[in-house]
Design a protein around this ligand. Sequence first.
Ligand code: SF4
Length: 444
Amino acid sequence: MDENTRKYYIETYGCQMNVRDSELMAGVLRKEGYTAASSPEEADLILFNTCCVRDHAEKRLMGNIGALKELKDEKPSTVIGVCGCMMQQKEVSDRFFRRFRHVDLVMGTNSIASLPDYLMRISAGYRVNAVTGINEDVVEGIPSVRNLSHSAFVNIMYGCNNFCTYCIVPYVRGRERSRRSEDILREIRSLADAGYTEITLLGQNVNSYGNTNGDIRFPELLARVNGVDGLKRIRFMTSHPKDLSDRLIDAMAENSRVCNHVHLPMQSGSDRILKKMNRHYDLNRYTSIVDRLRSTVKDVEITTDIIVGFPGETEEDFTDTMAAVERIGFASAFTFKYSPRPGTAAAGMEDQIPEAVKAERLKRLNALQNRKTKENNEKYAGYTGEVLIEGFDSKNSSVAFGKYTNFKMVYFDREGAEIGQYRTVTADTVRNNSLRGHIQHDND
Ligand code: SF4
């Protein structure tokens, strides 16, 4: 094979952490002389970066991997690898490796830097099963190919120590490890120098940044990132309510580049269920954070995650969730039916809720949240603010879309503007899930 013409294709599933891992894998492969392919058929190396958080993920992945057998038969030199969270579950990766003989490589979440070694072993004729431990030290300096040229994800920590009873993440991403603040700041300065204006600081629980390595705490990190010249927007996710401090709320208000949006997973409005979920806060604590955010951070918007049908959830517990959603008024919410993840505490709980009950509760919750989203949007009629342009309407490329600092999405006539640029936009029309507006000109 000609070293200079090798091409990679990476298919990414799941959250921003996985998107960022794929950028790092692409960077490692570029350094090895690969270029990006536009389809699996064109590629010499196909990598599936998997997620195990979503329901039926394994089944879907099996279908996709199985379908590649034909491609491998036609072009046996194609290397097929499967990596990411799902493969970090040893019994799953072993099963994949045994079942799919056309898969050359399985690796977990911590082996990105070793990818060239694995590829070398594969080119020597071996199949490689390389799932390593999950608590490896943070590796710095891995090259990356970023998907966008104006907005970048920056990991500030890896893993999680919280063991929410429904969640697989601590088992597949390991214990919490924070990056050193000077490494984070160096990366962000070089991104700003390269023209990036929006940074999203990533971690499973960014509010506990610095807990494990004695470094500065998250509010201080935000203040230092705020001081990086060239940046316009600093976002962060995800925040665990138990660790969201008053200091952080003050830091959001004091540092002008930190965006006025918090994604704050509530999960349930019932204290009894929150306890069973091992969330370490009650609804009272949650709503007091929301109230303080709203009284301290101008125009702040709060989005959330909610699970319905957690084991043991009674109609009364669900009513508490509905009442909390009604009272709090989230800008938007990701809502899920609980589904058991093997190996987690909740999967072994006895009082699992029937699917039909979960589905019916989800329907009621979604109807309520849709109404609340619309109500929230109605506040924006006539609102003017700066929007970062993210893309163009797929059906009409003269219409651009982007977000205000507080994550509200608005559509407007593009007027020649490009992705990555900022425009001042006034919202005119309120839709169910978004706003429609126009670019504000100086003489308007
Ligand atoms: S905080 Fe809970 S839900 Fe979030 S990653 Fe950690 S264990 Fe999972």
